[in-house]
Ligand binder design. Structure first.
Ligand code: ADP
Ligand code: ADP
Ligand code: MG
Length: 500
């Protein structure tokens, strides 16, 4: 028996993704929301919605008592945690199960096993999964750090064992940088995660982030659904993902899949999960980094190339069904890329909450938008700035990129800053186009450099002002010394009139 009524303990695009899946299966949906989210699209789309507290996550989306009370009151027989918030919280999973409600996700034991970077590393090493060469355990003090770093070889990466979301990670290129990197990681670990244990890894140069989607059921079956390349990152956070990765040779791809299945089997994994590897683009070696025991933001690109509905499968597995496919049934067809559209400054990446004025999202063949932005919607300050994901499919990577450019040209978002322009720049960059980009791409190739059409899309007021200035510069300033400025405005004016 599949579920009758599912509560979604999340917000934004991922809540909508789950609602859509449930509706297709004839399952009722219960949304929860904070008071600043009352006009959020997930509230409008669910069958029923309950306010659970004020804006700050701690008082609403992380309020376990309140969420469980709503689930009991409305008779939910399952809870989907989405990603972020409580999706990787073993205590929450335990309390949901203790209340007689199904947790749509892995077992609490799975979450505990992979929740800590150091212990999951040890676990994976024992299971024969390659891990980044590094310290055998916790680093006690600076002297210990220096000895271990010497042994591993510089540059090294110091990581807080409890870290996540890019926090608690520092690189030391030489012994002189080690003490401060060590202390910073310890204090970030303590301040963000209440845990100051750190360890050291070799820093992989020219690294690519390649991850494997895995899926397990309650009957001991585990399969993988191939890779996603997520090397396009700012602040150690992904902004563009693609599948397949053109850097991974076929033999290595198959090996990564086998290793990921072995890793998941080692902990009797149930549900959707992702094994993240750091991949050396020169040697083609790969090493386990961490496992995310949840649905991933970028799961749609896997859905596009494999034809599997990952959220539907999550529901089936949680209800006790066997996986609806075998390894041999899964193949990759064509190419898919996802762009994360964020309300943030495209230059320094700080969030840009506020009211959306105009919002036009792309449509058309092989284009999928998972988002919750609409004109007049006020993006709250409390949550992640990602407001939509643009996902496209093509027979080839080239076709996919052309289609993305077409889709971006149809897109308009005003009132808040957004990273649309950053994406346009990435899609035209030779290092992205030849596929050789690494996790350092934005830092090395984009940040601090002039971005073409920098002011496009920022705000319609800027469109008008820039067009006016462009006209002025054209007539009066063409020959004066301030040539660069004049040509930049001119470019903006030209593009503006093309696109608006
Ligand atoms: P993915 O690997 O799925 O791309 P991200 O690291 O980008 O994952 O995080 C997924 C989501 O979880 C994002 O919305 C992010 O803001 C949120 N998130 C990540 N870490 C935390 C955390 N420690 N607490 C709350 N939310 C988090
Ligand atoms: P988080 O929990 O914050 O996601 P990860 O361990 O997954 O932490 O690392 C985040 C990012 O840092 C990776 O996606 C990768 O870009 C980079 N990174 C992690 N470990 C290494 C390493 N040993 N060498 C080089 N880069 C690394
Ligand atoms: Mg990670």
């Amino acid at each position: 028996m599949l579920f009758k009524r599912v509560l979604i303990a999340n917000r934004g695009e991922i809540a909508i993704r789950v609602i859509r899946c449930c509706r297709e299966l004839g399952i009722e949906t219960i949304a929860v929301y904070s008071d600043v989210d009352r006009n959020s699209a997930h509230v409008l789309l669910a069958d029923r919605a309950y306010m659970i507290g004020p804006g700050p996550s701690k008082e609403s989306y992380l309020n376990v008592d309140k969420i469980l009370a709503v689930a009991r009151e409305c008779g939910a027989d399952a809870i989907h945690p989405g990603y972020g918030f409580m999706s990787e919280n073993a205590d929450f999973a335990r309390r949901v199960e203790a209340a007689g409600i199904n947790f749509i996700g892995p077992t609490p034991e799975n979450i505990v096993a992979m929740g800590d970077k150091l212990s999951s590393r040890e676990l994976m090493k024992a299971a024969g999964v390659p891990t980044v060469p590094g310290s055998d355990g916790i680093i006690r003090d600076i002297e210990h750090a220096q000895n271990e770093a010497e042994r591993i070889g510089y540059p090294v990466m110091i990581k807080a064992s409890a870290g996540g979301g890019g926090k608690g990670i520092r690189v030391a290129f030489s012994p002189s940088e080690l003490p401060s990197a060590f202390r910073t990681c310890q204090s970030e670990g303590r301040n963000y995660f209440g845990d100051d244990r750190v360890f050291i890894e070799r820093f992989i140069q020219n690294p690519k982030h390649i991850e494997i989607q895995v899926f397990g059921d309650k009957h001991g079956n585990v399969v993988h659904l191939f890779e996603r390349e997520c090397s396009m990152q700012r602040r150690n956070q992904k902004i563009l993902e693609e599948s397949p990765s053109i850097s991974v040779p076929q033999a290595v791809r198959e090996e990564m899949g086998r290793v990921a299945v072995k890793a998941a089997k080692a902990i009797d994994y149930v549900g959707a999960g992702t094994i993240e590897f750091i991949f050396d683009n020169k040697t083609k070696e790969f090493f386990f980094m961490e496992m995310n025991t949840r649905l991933q933001v970028e799961h749609p690109i896997t859905e596009m190339v494999t034809g599997v509905d990952l959220v539907q499968e999550q529901l089936f597995v949680a209800a006790g069904r066997k996986l609806s496919f075998k390894q041999a049934d899964i193949t990759q067809k064509g190419h898919s890329i996802e762009l994360r559209i964020c309300a943030e400054d495209p230059v320094n990446f700080t969030p840009s909450p506020g009211k959306i004025r105009r919002c036009r999202l792309p449509q058309g063949p092989f284009v999928r938008v998972d988002g919750y932005a609409y004109p007049g919607y006020e993006i709250p300050i409390y949550y992640d700035p990602m407001i939509a994901k643009l996902i496209v499919w093509g027979h080839t990577r080239e076709e996919c990129i052309h289609r993305l450019k077409r889709a971006l040209a149809e897109t308009m978002l005003t009132g808040v800053k957004s990273n649309l322009v950053l994406h346009k720049n990435i899609l035209e960059h030779p290092v992205f186009l030849d596929g050789s980009y690494t996790t350092q791409f934005i830092e090395q190739e984009i940040k601090g450099k002039k971005q073409r059409q920098l002011f496009m899309f920022v705000d319609e007021h800027v469109f008008l002002i820039s067009a006016a200035i462009s006209a002025y510069k054209d007539s009066k300033l063409r020959d004066v010394s301030n040539f660069n400025l004049a040509s930049r405005w001119k470019d903006v004016g030209r593009k503006t009139s093309l696109r608006v």
